[in-house]
Design a binder for this molecule. Structure first.
Ligand code: IPM
Ligand code: MG
Length: 367
């Protein structure tokens, strides 16, 4: 039997709730599949850890994570700690420390989920956003001087390296090639940003020449935002810088119905270390502990994790369960339903086991 070692980091806010849900459903998937098992190491790192130890994770944290085949992450962020401290101390420390340079964000309108786009049918919005995940605007390059004085200055410099840009374009073209439409939209802002973004475009064109079977185009990021709303069906695979894709992927998640369903994978395509899978939503302190967090984002992320681990049939099984439960209207309040996290989780496990779903009439409050 194949065994995969998973490092689970539930961390802050609703993270523990959605990771518990994901681990329960993963167990059901493994039992049904029968070909593999998961060994889970749980790490209690995050903001509470910070309050006790003065750091978001131990100094040898990355070494622990390197022993895993994949990392399953909840959410990070605390109302009483600065966001840049919690984020750089954990999530970015892992992504950058393990050089997970490709961030993958699929977006689809799941059956039973209503998109705010008036005329969008489920098939009209089926996107794969590839986000550069190691440099760009998140390189952390900059500083402040003359603190508190009238001449105080702050710089935040975006970094684009030939190697960094080339490898993300290569990954994006490969992803586009693997999809039915074989079409890649390169998001840029080279009309206004004439150094880094012009460089980005040039390398995009160079890499494109190695993929003659993939059609591609450039789109300015502002125009892309409008196009996502007005012509969603014209988009398939998208590659964008760290910040541009951060913003566009929130828009994508909202257009697909809820931030609560969107998954993401932080991938090291070269597999030098583990990749990390997490819902795109944050710690959501307003609903923490209420038992109504939407686990779909973390479940879809778990599906991506299984696929990365080579368990494609199990990943498909999990996604079929997600679609079936959503279609049955067993959804949390962010999707207009009344189900709790536990009820959704139970329905997912039942769907995985192949038993019938409970009657749905009472679960949904809106059409
Ligand atoms: C995301 C998140 C993070 C980001 C936040 C938490 C800093 O929005 O994964 O998209 O901007 O990278
Ligand atoms: Mg974001």
């Amino acid at each position: 039997m194949r065994q995969h070692r998973i490092a689970a980091i539930p961390a802050d806010g609703i993270g523990p709730e959605v990771i518990a849900s994901g681990l329960e459903v993963l167990d059901a998937v493994a039992a049904r599949d029968g070909g593999f098992s998961l060994a889970v190491d749980r790490y209690d790192w995050g903001s509470d850890w910070y309050r006790k130890h003065g750091a978001m994770m131990p100094p040898d944290g990355l070494a622990w994570l390197r022993t895993a085949d994949a990392i399953y992450f909840g959410a990070v962020g605390d109302p009483n700690l600065p966001d840049h401290v919690t984020l750089w101390g954990l999530r970015l420390a892992i992504c950058q420390g393990l050089d997970q340079y490709a961030n993958v964000r699929p977006t689809r309108i799941l059956p039973g989920v209503a998109s705010p786009l008036r005329d969008a049918a489920p098939g009209d919005l089926d996107w794969l956003i590839i986000r550069e995940n190691s440099e760009g605007e998140y390189a952390g390059h900059g500083g402040r001087a003359h603190r508190g004085l009238p001449e105080e200055v702050a710089t935040e410099t975006a970094i684009f390296t030939r190697r960094g840009v080339e490898r993300i374009f290569t990954f994006a073209f490969e992803q586009a090639r693997a999809r039915r439409r074989k079409h890649l939209t390169v998001v840029t802002k080279s009309n206004a940003q004439r150094h880094g973004m012009v460089f980005w475009d040039e390398i995009g064109a160079l890499v494109a020449s190695r993929f003659p079977d993939v059609t591609w185009e450039k789109e300015l990021v502002d125009a892309m935002a409008a196009r996502m709303v007005r012509r969603p069906a014209s988009i398939d695979t998208v590659v964008a810088t760290n910040l541009h894709a951060d913003i566009l992927s929130d828009l994508a998640a909202a257009l697909a119905g809820s931030m609560g369903i969107a998954p993401t994978a932080n991938i090291d395509p070269e597999r030098r270390g583990p990749s990390m899978f997490e819902p795109i939503h944050g710690s959501a302190f307003d609903i923490t502990g209420k038992g109504i967090a939407n686990p779909v984002g973390s479940l879809w992320s778990a599906g991506m994790m299984l696929e990365h681990l080579g368990e494609k049939p199990a990943a498909d099984l999990l996604m079929r369960a997600v679609e079936q439960v959503c279609a049955a209207g067993i959804v949390t309040p962010d999707l207009g339903g009344r189900a709790t996290t536990k009820e959704v989780t139970r329905a997912m496990c039942e769907a995985v086991r192949g038993t019938n779903l409970e009657p749905t009439a009472n679960h949904r409050t809106t059409a």
